[in-house]
Design a protein around this ligand. Sequence first.
Ligand SMILES: Cc1cc2nc3c(=O)[nH]c(=O)nc-3n(C[C@H](O)[C@H](O)[C@H](O)COP(=O)(O)O)c2cc1C
Length: 291
Amino acid sequence: MNFENENGQEIIISEKDMIVSTTDRTGTILYANDIFCKVAGYERKDVIGKPHNIIRHPDMPKVIFKLLWDRVLKGEMLYAFVKNISVNGDYYWVKAYVKPVLENGTVVKITSYRKPLNDYAKNIIIKLYSTLLDYEKSHSIEESLQFLLSYLDERGLSYDQFIDRLSLEKSVENIALRSIDFNKHKNRHIIFKEYVVNTVTNKQFDELDMVNSEVCSFGKWIESVSTEPFVQDSAWKKVVSYNDKFHSSLNEYVEKAKNSDSINNLSSILKDLDEDINNIFTNLTIVKDKY
Ligand SMILES: Cc1cc2nc3c(=O)[nH]c(=O)nc-3n(C[C@H](O)[C@H](O)[C@H](O)COP(=O)(O)O)c2cc1C
């Protein structure tokens, strides 16, 4: 463990540590191991018999605890990413495995086994929890659950799959964004532009008609995702308009070259084309980061 002295600092939990606590079915702490007490900064006698929310961090959205309690009281285990607060206001992130203990079909106790959370998952979870927390200021817990479920749905993931992917440091982006190879399409734009310029320079205008339909598999992809939630995003709208601009400028370049003796005066169009390509993929990266 690495403790910071100032208030509100992150306590980094070692991979070797396992933080364990057990509660009854109302969330009263029955057991806490040494490492639990050490990290949270409590004596064991100060936590036994207390409600587990003594280490609840205000940054945690309510909906995560709703999921937790709904599942464990049905006798099901779950994993959850949780930010906890220690007695002096420091905080620590954990991946908790929460497992109910059943006797004669009834949940009598619940134990949580916690390990540190990897940084990749933490970064994504911080953004998601902050959005949920904000949402919960003006919405009910049921609405927050619906919000979380649509977030997962957009990514084609169940809650458990989402947790699994983050634990393995795998992408949890929107499924359409996850499956498109950006670099390939960026390179295709660059190569296509070079091809058109070379063809124009050699005055082989006839060849250009042949490639037009193949040009924009990216444009076809844009059309195919028209019902995805990110199409309302301003960065996405820029992706579409820069892609349109790229193709219309390329056509303009060809048309002007056909009707002109010299292509030297068309260099500003070429510069614009390079900028269009950059703008398409910079904005796409913004969309990818958000969804
Ligand atoms: C076994 C078990 C472990 C729990 N561990 C935590 C925990 O580490 N941090 C936490 O904030 N809540 C934990 N909870 C959930 C709390 O009981 C409580 O629901 C949560 O802190 C929200 O409190 P609130 O409803 O008063 O806001 C745990 C619950 C159980 C059953």
